[in-house]
Structure formats: structure tokens, C-alpha cells
Ligand binder design. Structure first.
Ligand SMILES: Cc1cc2nc3c(=O)[nH]c(=O)nc-3n(C[C@H](O)[C@H](O)[C@H](O)COP(=O)(O)OP(=O)(O)OC[C@H]3O[C@@H](n4cnc5c(N)ncnc54)[C@H](O)[C@@H]3O)c2cc1C
Length: 383
């Protein structure tokens, strides 16, 4: 039972990447932290599951996330050096700008110039000669961010969890619920701690039906891994970058550590977080397959070798949530991933730690109140 303040001044609920990184930060700040999760951190229901995630600075005209992504990149590299684990591969990211729909990419180059993010602007011919894996007949140009790359997602979670334990943090299994006033409860009693951080990712919506649900949409995403051609390294991360293909609602990563090429077409699918199996949806599978064949002719005839079905929680403006519960003054929400939180996790966790310990407040963009849908031009995610 975690009811004694002397034993635990901070409780972090949820051990996805946000929870483990925040718990680690707080523990290293000298707090006594207990991390609680319903399942073993690293489990395959969480949004933070799977082999890898893209890390890139591109965020349209949004300087805030562009700077955060750059800062986070440094933190991931530091964590990699500290842990000796391969957490990040710097294979670059190619941002494809579709003919007639280049607003997000156009505004990104302005932001990159202002912030000082290294990038190249490639013509269609440049792309064809540098990255012949991509068929780009519908593409106007591409931005190439050489210092972008991939994070080994599951390994990142497990590594941060290991460091948290090493620092003296406690990891517990438990299902935190809420009462009518949305007070967090465990085993029928209120959770007691000086600070309670809620980092339950997409589960946050159902746990907080009055506060978080109204600003949340949960979307299931299918991901396919396709085998690389026999005897060829062309689709490995040594030869191919990650890519973002907003015109096709898609993104993906080259093969790493034998994974195969990962591609997702974001087709909003309903998901019951607790009851649905994490098996890809046959209805949407065809669209992902045909996208892969159209964009990568070299993969035609290759076989699907792995697949994942998982979920993201979207806020209307795609900004994260980092705000206090309106009635419970020690309860802080941290998450609201909107499909781009993994890469930012180290800085987000530092920020959440600062807000939680009252070093500073939270910016308007992260507040629960005042959310509105942004146009794709305004949105940091381009959606
Ligand atoms: C297919 C896909 C691709 C993505 N691609 C990228 C990408 O390329 N780059 C990027 O930056 N981001 C990407 N994202 C987004 C990123 O993965 C998420 O933003 C991030 O993983 C969210 O982490 P989290 O810790 O908030 O949530 P989660 O990882 O879902 O963790 C929440 C944890 O809370 C626990 N929990 C839930 N309810 C309770 C409860 N009541 N009591 C106790 N514990 C509870 C759960 O068991 C879980 O472990 C992608 C997401 C998906 C699904």
C-alpha cells in the first residue's frame, strides 16, 4: 500500500516512456518515487511499444517543438553514452513534400533556418539519385534532416526503467482508478503522495472522463514490417533514412537490427484499449500494403515479416498535456502524445519534473483548457 507520505513523496502512474523518464528525473532530483503500472513496463499494449520511433526536428512553423526535438536528441545521446545501449541510430529523415500540398514543409525550412537545424533541400532528381528506394513522381521536393533518425523504443523504455531502479526508484504493479471527483485511487483508497503524476497515455481519457476525455481522441494505427530484398542492403538504415510522407498520411523507418522496413499509413481506427487484441486490422491492411508497393517499387513481392496495431491519443491541437487537475492540487497530467511524444520524452520529462516540483508553471499550449482544432498549416504535426 502506498499511503505513507514518508515512504513515497512522488507517485508516477503509468510506465510508458513518459512515466519512466519522468520517474527517473524525479528520482535523480532526490525525490522518493514509486512508479505504478497495470502491466510490466515495456508491455505491448502501451503506445511506447515496438522496436522503433522516428526522431526528427521537423514541426512546421512551430519553433517550440523544433527546439525541444533538438534538445531531446542531445539527451538521448547522453543517455545512450551513460547506459552503453544502442538507443538511437542517426540515419536521417526525408520529409517528402507532395506537389500542391507543401505548406508544412515550406514553413519547416523557415523554422530550421531560424533555429539553426542542419538540413538539405533535395529536388526530385536529387532524391532519385541519393535515395533510389523512393519513387517520387508525385513529390515536389524533399527536406533531408541528417541528424534525425530512429529511437529503439522498447530498449529506451527498458533502459530508463533500469536507470530509475538503479537510482533507488520503486516499481509496482497496480491498477489506479478514479472516484467520482476524479481523485486517483488504488485498492479502494485514495493515492497519497505530495505529488501524483498521471502518465497513463491513452488510458488517461477514460480515467478522467470530465477533464481529459473531452479533449481526447484515441486512434488505432496499423504498422507493417516488410522484409528487405534477399542479398541487398538498400533498405537498411545504413543506406536509407526514415521518412515522413504527409501527402499519403504515412511515415516509416528503414530496416534496423533486422526488423524489416516499417511503414504506417495513419487511418483512424477505433480501439478498445483494454479488450481489443493488438492485431492489425484486415480492413486497413490493404491500404498500407499498396502504399508500400507504390512508394517503394523495390519492395514489391517482399513479405510482411512483422506487424503491430497500437494507439495514440490525440488532442485537438496536437499539443501535449501538462497541467494540474482542477480539483486535486497535487495531481499533474503528463502526456497526450498526439503521435509525437516519444522523441520529446527526455525534455518533456524534465519539464514535467520542473512543473511538478513547482520550479515553474506550464505554458498555455499544455493546459487542459482552451484547446481548439488547428489548421494543418498551424499544426506542429501538419495534421
Ligand atoms: C504506431 C505509432 C507510431 C508512433 N510513431 C512515433 C514516432 O515516430 N515518433 C514519436 O516521437 N512518437 C511516435 N508515436 C507516439 C509515441 O509512441 C507516444 O507519444 C508515446 O509512446 C506515449 O507514451 P506514454 O508514456 O504517454 O503512453 P504509454 O506508452 O501508452 O504508457 C502508458 C502506461 O500507463 C499504464 N497505465 C494505463 N492506465 C493505467 C492505470 N489506470 N493504472 C496504472 N497504469 C496504467 C499503461 O499500462 C502504460 O504502460 C507513435 C505512436 C504509435 C502508436
Amino acid at each position: 500500500m502506498i499511503r505513507n507520505r514518508a515512504q513515497s513523496s512522488v507517485i508516477v502512474v503509468g510506465g510508458g516512456i513518459v512515466g519512466v523518464m519522468t520517474a527517473l528525473q524525479l528520482q535523480r532530483r532526490g525525490e522518493s518515487v514509486t512508479l505504478i503500472d497495470r502491466w510490466e513496463p515495456g508491455h505491448a499494449r502501451a503506445s511506447s511499444t515496438d522496436y522503433n520511433r522516428v526522431i526528427r526536428a521537423i514541426s512546421g512553423r512551430d519553433e517550440f517543438y523544433t527546439r525541444w526535438a533538438r534538445e531531446s536528441r542531445s539527451r538521448w545521446l547522453e543517455l545512450q553514452a551513460e547506459s552503453g545501449q544502442n538507443l538511437m541510430y542517426e540515419c536521417g529523415a526525408l520529409i517528402l513534400a507532395t506537389e500542391g500540398h507543401c505548406d508544412w514543409e515550406d514553413s519547416t525550412s523557415d523554422t530550421f533556418d531560424r533555429v539553426g537545424v542542419p538540413y538539405y533541400r533535395f529536388s526530385k532528381q536529387d532524391i532519385e539519385s541519393r535515395f533510389p528506394q523512393f519513387k517520387v513522381d508525385d513529390i515536389s521536393y524533399a527536406l533531408f534532416e541528417p541528424e534525425a533518425g530512429m529511437l529503439m523504443a522498447h530498449r529506451c523504455v527498458i533502459t530508463a526503467l533500469g536507470l530509475f531502479r538503479q537510482a533507488g526508484g520503486v516499481v509496482r504493479r497496480g491498477h489506479v482508478t478514479t472516484d467520482k471527483s476524479e481523485r486517483p485511487m488504488l485498492d479502494g483508497a485514495p493515492l497519497e503522495a505530495d505529488l501524483i503524476i498521471i502518465s497513463t497515455g491513452p488510458w488517461m481519457a477514460d480515467m478522467f472522463p470530465r477533464t481529459i476525455k473531452p479533449i481526447s481522441t484515441i486512434v488505432g494505427v496499423n504498422v507493417l514490417y516488410t522484409s528487405t530484398p534477399d542479398g541487398s542492403e538498400m533498405f537498411d538504415m545504413t543506406h536509407m533514412p526514415c521518412w515522413i510522407d504527409h501527402g499519403q498520411g504515412s511515415f516509416g523507418l528503414p530496416s534496423s537490427e533486422g526488423s524489416g522496413v516499417k511503414a504506417a499509413v495513419v487511418i483512424p481506427d477505433k480501439i478498445d484499449l483494454d479488450n481489443d487484441e493488438r492485431l492489425i486490422r484486415q480492413e486497413t491492411l490493404g491500404r498500407t500494403r499498396s502504399y508500400i508497393e507504390r512508394r517503394f517499387p523495390g519492395l514489391v513481392g517482399e513479405r510482411v515479416v512483422d506487424s503491430k496495431f497500437n494507439q495514440i491519443i490525440l488532442t485537438p491541437d496536437t499539443h501535449f498535456v501538462l497541467d494540474w487537475h482542477p480539483e486535486h492540487e497535487n495531481v499533474l497530467f503528463a502526456g497526450g502524445c498526439s503521435g509525437h511524444l516519444f522523441k520529446h520524452a527526455p525534455i518533456f520529462a524534465e519539464y514535467a519534473t520542473g512543473v511538478g516540483l513547482k520550479d515553474f508553471g506550464t505554458p498555455d499550449r499544455f493546459k487542459v483548457a482552451g484547446r481548439r482544432k488547428l489548421s494543418p498549416k498551424e499544426s506542429p504535426s501538419g495534421r
